[in-house]
Every structure is written in C-alpha cells, then in structure tokens.
Design a protein around this ligand. Structure first.
Ligand SMILES: [Ca+2]
Length: 283
C-alpha cells in the first residue's frame, strides 16, 4: 500500500491562511484610517509617489455630478454619485516617467504608431519628448505601469470627478469653451502642465485635451441608468475600455469631461495616454 501525503490540502490550507491574514490586515488598515479621520487627521492635498516620482492631487470624498442629460446617449443621465477620497496624478504619465518603468521592468518601449516623428530611439526617448504625455500606449500597458508604481488606473467616475469637480462643469475650468485652456484641435501633444489656467477644481492638469486617457472601466453604452451611485466600478464584463478627456486632435465636443470614448484594450493610438490613481493610505 502506498501512503501519499495530502500536499494539495496542505498547500491550500497554507494559502487560505495567508489570504485570511492579508484580508485582516487590509481591514485593520482601513479601520485605522477611519479612526485617524475621525480624530481630525486630514490627508495632505498633494503627495509624491516614490516609485515613479509623480505628484498626485487629493480628490476628497463626497458626491459629484456624473454624466449629462443633453449629450450623447451613453452619457445620460446626469446623476449624483458618491466617490471615496483618492489621489490622482497631477498630469498625464510622461515619457520620462514611463522610461523609469521600462528600465525597472525590462519591458520594451511602445512602438511609434503615428505622425509627428519617432519618440523612441531604442530604449531611449528623444529628449524633446521627455515631458510630453507618453502615447501609443495600450490599456494593458497603462494598467501594468500603474501596478508597477503601486497605483492603479482611475475608475471612469473617479476620473470624471477629478476633472469636473462636484457641480457638473462641462470642462475642468467651467462651462464656457476656451481654446486657450487646453491642447485640442492641434497636430501633436504638448509638454504636460502647459495650461495651468485649464486646471480642474482639484488642481489636476490637462484633464481636457493633450492625450486621451485610459480609465479602468469596461465600456457599456447603457451602463449609466443602472450604475451604482457609490463608487461605481464599471460593468463587470465587456470588450472595450473607456477613454476620457479628448486629445490634442479632438474637436471641442470630445473634450467635455463627460464624453466617453472607448477602444479595445490592445489598441495603440497616437492620441492615447493615461494617468494613475491611488486610494488613501494612513500616514
Ligand atoms: Ca488629457
């Protein structure tokens, strides 16, 4: 008779133990954070993340107006949505920051995918692109970069709140179109932060124009009427992922904060970049 040790059972037990411990630690960390906030602790308005060196701005918790009543059918209806506090990158991810990821992870730079000349020379970028938003990025690459940086892609609702504030602004600066406050209708990206007067109510820059920005959500044109009104995470399945904010090449209507573009997650376009988000951490 052969006696076999129940390895599967042992491995599963050990794994379950660690998963349970990690879940407890997350719960404890959250409880600690709630205690701190209850005791009057206020998260800083700006932080710099260590791995990628990016400055991030705080978007405090609370209700904002998402969507539009009189716009494309997939933006309807405008409604009140609660979003927990989070941080979002001040600017789009630049070539300079993306190169840190390339060097650290040993991944290939994204191939050039459009006009205005090449961005990359082997694993180096041409210096004139250093502070431009990195583009020709797929959703999958954007997700992986944010993961490397200890962050994540924002949800569509988080991105929209960070862009338009709480009161349903059409553009980050207000309701009146102003071509001096964003890079749109042009031939290429510009260095990030080039339009400080176009900042959002929370201080985020280039939310309208420059590069379109991937967010985490799957796209579904019929999602809004039945979406949760607290921290919506997007449909649970789908094919396309959402992009927000319009690009350097977009016309006015596509740069509205509520506009919803969408593409397959492996598509590369000269118009598309991203920025990352992060939940609150106790000090
Ligand atoms: Ca943008």
């Amino acid at each position: 008779m052969t006696i076999t040790f129940p390895f599967d059972f042992l491995v599963k037990s050990v794994l379950n133990f660690f998963i349970a411990q990690m879940a407890k630690m997350k719960t404890l960390a959250l409880a600690f954070l709630i205690l701190l906030i209850g005791a009057g602790w206020k998260p800083p308005g700006r932080v710099i993340t260590e791995v990628d060196g990016a400055e991030m701005v705080l978007v405090p918790e609370g209700i904002f107006l998402q969507g539009e009543d009189y716009a494309f059918s997939d933006e309807v209806p405008m409604r009140e949505v609660f979003i927990s506090a989070f941080y979002i990158d001040l600017t789009e991810v630049t070539y300079e920051r993306y190169k840190k990821y390339i060097d650290s992870r040993g991944v290939e730079p994204p191939p050039d995918c459009g006009f205005s000349g090449p961005r990359w020379n082997g694993k180096e970028f041409y210096p004139e692109w250093a502070n431009h938003p990195v583009t020709c990025i797929t959703w999958l690459e954007a997700r992986d970069f944010c993961d490397w940086a200890g962050k994540r892609l924002p949800t569509e609702a988080e991105w929209e709140k960070a862009a338009r504030g709480t009161k349903g602004r059409i553009w980050p600066w207000g309701d009146k179109w102003d071509k001096e406050k964003l890079n749109s209708g042009s031939k290429q990206t510009l260095p990030v932060g080039n339009f400080p007067k176009g900042k959002s109510p929370f201080g985020a820059l280039d939310m309208a124009g420059n590069a379109f920005e991937w967010v985490n959500d799957y796209y579904n044109e019929a999602y809004y009427p039945t979406a949760p009104d607290r921290n919506p995470q997007g449909p649970s399945t789908g094919e396309d992922r959402v992009l927000k904010g319009g690009s350097f090449a977009s016309e006015q209507i596509l740069t509205r904060c509520s506009y919803r573009s969408h593409l397959k997650p492996d598509v590369r376009k000269i118009y598309n970049g991203f920025r990352c988000a992060q939940g609150l951490k106790a000090p």
